[in-house]
Ligand binder design. Structure first.
Ligand code: ATP
Ligand code: MG
Length: 253
């Protein structure tokens, strides 16, 4: 589903990612762990081409990604993003936020006037049902809690009918109980819908609990790639050489 070969990303003379090689299968739930500045976000940004790799090749859904517009269009169709700060439009209703996930497959004239075909509204409601928010469909999104906003973010990603979801620290701003709820919805997307999920996390505990496979990144290099059970103290030391790993109770609300 995703194949990364020899990916290097430099910012000026600084190397953020160095010779990354990684293959991710369809439906896999992969967690990327690593200290702040390790290169986790840069990796996701290179996969969806928000950042241009310095060298290396990335294949998504059988297509070698490049920055030409037709390749980017296909890539953006196949890959949905979920962000730490939700990126929902506060004054739009919950349903309209989810419908923005359908914009890529809708004639733009309709979206300019916010006219949504019934089929798209049905899809959006179905996605809201998946994250158990259908009763909030008509509310303005700024009336929702953080966890609910992130569930809207997930529903919007699902409405896009993606093959891949990239989630960049989706629970970093949430308390432990809400974090587990949100991670469960992402896990269900991979288990039940066969969506490949790559999720950046700070918390080792959640990675152990939810990941099918963990990739540990430190200073721009992969230092661990294996099952959660393999995450021993020695491996954690490799990923977090300065002992920076975050426990869930230290979340910042
Ligand atoms: N646009 C940019 N220009 C210059 N340097 C950058 C840019 N984006 C990222 N970097 C640098 O690349 C390194 C990796 O950044 P990245 O955001 O990928 O880390 P991260 O693992 O996501 O960290 P965090 O856990 O804090 O989100 C950092 O040292 C960062 O300063
Ligand atoms: Mg980051």
């Amino acid at each position: 589903m995703i194949k990364i070969q020899g990916l290097t990303k430099r910012y000026g003379s600084f190397t953020a990612l160095s010779d990354i090689n990684l293959s991710v299968a369809q439906g896999e739930f992969l967690v990327v762990l690593g200290p702040s500045g390790a290169g986790k976000s840069t990796l996701l940004r290179c996969i969806n081409r928000l950042a241009e790799p310095t060298s290396g090749e990335i294949t998504v859904c059988g297509q070698i990604s490049s920055s030409d517009s037709s390749s980017l269009r296909k890539l953006r169709c196949n890959v949905a993003m979920i962000f730490q700060h939700y990126n929902v439009v506060p004054r739009l209703t919950v349903l309209k936020n989810v419908l923005t996930g359908r914009l890529g497959s809708m004639p733009s004239i309709l979206s300019w006037f916010q006219i949504f075909p019934k089929a798209d509204i049905d899809i959006a409601r179905q996605c809201l049902r998946r994250v158990e928010l259908v009763d909030k469909a008509k509310l303005r999104t700024d009336t929702l809690s953080g966890g609910q906003k992130q569930r809207v973010g997930i529903a919007r990603a699902l409405a896009q009918n993606p093959k891949v979801i990239l989630a960049d620290e989706p629970v970093a701003s949430l308390d432990p109980k809400t974090s587990r709820t949100v991670l469960n919805y992402l896990k269900q997307a991979s288990d039940e819908l066969g969506i490949t999920v790559i999720c950046n996390l700070h918390q080792v505990d959640y990675a152990k609990e939810f990941a099918q496979r963990i990739v540990g990144v430190s200073a721009g290099r992969i230092v661990y790639d294996g099952p959660p059970e393999g995450l021993t103290e020695d491996i954690l030391q490799l990923i977090y050489p300065d002992g920076e790993s975050e426990e869930e109770q230290s979340f910042a609300a």
